[in-house]
Design a protein around this ligand. Structure first.
Ligand code: 5GP
Ligand code: ZN
Length: 113
C-alpha cells in the first residue's frame, strides 16, 4: 500500500523506535504512549484490520501474537499487560493497517471501554 503510514514505517521510509522485527512482523513504540510501555506490533504485509485476516496465512496471523508474547516477555511485563486491536470506526481505529497495541507498566482500568 503506497499511502499507508505503517507500511512506510515497516519500509523505513518514516522513522520509528523499533523494538522487534522478524520476517513477518515489525514492532515499534507508539508515538503517543498511553502507558509506560506502549508498543505496536504490525504484520509486514498490509491488511487493514482484524476484519481482513482472511487475506493472511495462519502463519502470518500467528506471527503477530507470537511477537506480542515475545516482546512482553523481553520487556519483563511480569505484572501483565493488555493487548488491543481496534477494528473499524466504532472502535476508533485511526490507522488502517492491522496492529496490536501492547500496553503495560501500569495497572489498567478494569473495564474495556
Ligand atoms: P489505532 O487508533 O488505529 O488503534 O492506533 C494507532 C496508533 O498509532 C495510535 O496509538 C497512534 O499514537 C499511533 N501512531 C500514529 N502515527 C504514528 C507514527 O507516525 N509513529 C508511531 N510510532 N505511532 C503512530
Ligand atoms: Zn499498510
Amino acid at each position: 500500500m503506497d499511502n499507508c503510514l505503517f507500511c512506510k514505517i515497516v519500509k523505513g521510509e518514516i522513522p520509528s523506535d523499533k523494538v522487534y522485527e522478524n520476517d513477518e512482523v515489525y514492532a515499534f513504540r507508539d508515538i503517543n504512549p498511553q502507558a509506560p510501555f506502549h508498543v505496536l506490533v504490525v504484520p509486514k504485509k498490509h491488511v487493514a484490520s482484524v476484519a481482513e485476516t482472511g487475506l493472511m496465512t495462519d502463519g502470518e496471523i500467528a506471527a503477530c501474537l507470537r511477537a506480542v508474547s515475545l516482546i512482553a516477555s523481553q520487556a519483563k511485563l511480569d505484572g501483565g499487560y493488555r493487548v488491543i486491536s481496534n477494528c473499524g470506526p466504532d472502535a476508533c481505529q485511526s490507522v488502517p493497517h492491522l496492529h496490536f497495541h501492547i500496553l503495560g507498566g501500569r495497572k489498567m482500568a478494569d473495564r474495556m471501554a
